[in-house]
Design a protein around this ligand. Sequence first.
Ligand code: C2E
Ligand code: MG
Ligand code: MG
Ligand code: MG
Length: 284
Amino acid sequence: LAKERGKNNFQFYTSKLQEHASRKMELENGLRKALEHEHLSLYYQPQVDLETEKIVGIEALIRWNHPMNGMIPPSEFIPLAEETGIIIPIGKWVLRKACEQNMYWQKLGYKTIPIAVNVSVRQLQEDDFVETVTTILEEVGLDPQYLELEITESIMQNIERSTIILNQLKELGVKISIDDFGTGYSSLSYLKHLPIDSIKIDKSFIDDIINHSNQGEMVKTIINMGHNLTFNVIAEGIETQKQVMFLKQHECKSAQGYFYSKPLPAEQMEKLLSHGVISNGISL
Ligand code: C2E
Ligand code: MG
Ligand code: MG
Ligand code: MG
């Protein structure tokens, strides 16, 4: 009986594996087509100065506008794109698109602010990543200081190489921020030596700052540590006025979250930009 069951389990797992593999291939092909047919788009979420409520930055976030399945969030395809390597051409597309959009907004005369782009560790590992960024900035004509690259703490896994690449990017003049800060395994002693402009406190820490005093303590600690290392500290995933109060009280300077605005298509982001200030999280 055990043998029989073992065999069934084996069959069960192999068919699961096959299912997974074919779903992966389907997704990958879909992504390739999406890239070719411009079914990818960027949404934009403002980063706001907590004191003045002025927009001080914008994060570009990818969406897959699937002809049949509608808007697909990045959580459903970025991990696979990283696994298969298709993140490389997608990442280039994102960089160019975000730079072009920022340049376009600058030309319209809106306040010049950096556009933040998420970069996978897989992209950073490419030999020509710095060259790619340089070329895109030149072709688009965007001043490097208006591009911010968001990377995660996973770069610490290959600290020697990451240090070299980040220094080259810093020399180029782009800004660098650590995304989802606190969820990875940063060594603080390494962090100190990397050319980092900002850290973004992960939403998971922000969620409970009001109800759980230890989460609040954690956030206070991150803010202080960040400031001691002369980083900009930005809080992610702000949804309530109470969180805003807490962060202001503990001298966090900026924030991003649904409280101020969800990620928006370019035209809607432009309306916010033309206004400049986001008042009390009321969508304009
Ligand atoms: P992330 O870079 O940490 O981006 C923040 C995510 O939190 C976004 O989800 C944003 O929509 C969401 N968010 C912002 N404020 C709030 C809030 O107040 N409440 C809640 N519940 N969520 C909030 P999104 O757009 O689904 O992106 C998820 C992740 O996918 C990103 O996390 C990033 O890691 C990745 N991603 C997005 N675009 C790209 C891209 O172009 N390239 C790469 N490599 N990764 C990307
Ligand atoms: Mg990000
Ligand atoms: Mg994040
Ligand atoms: Mg993230």
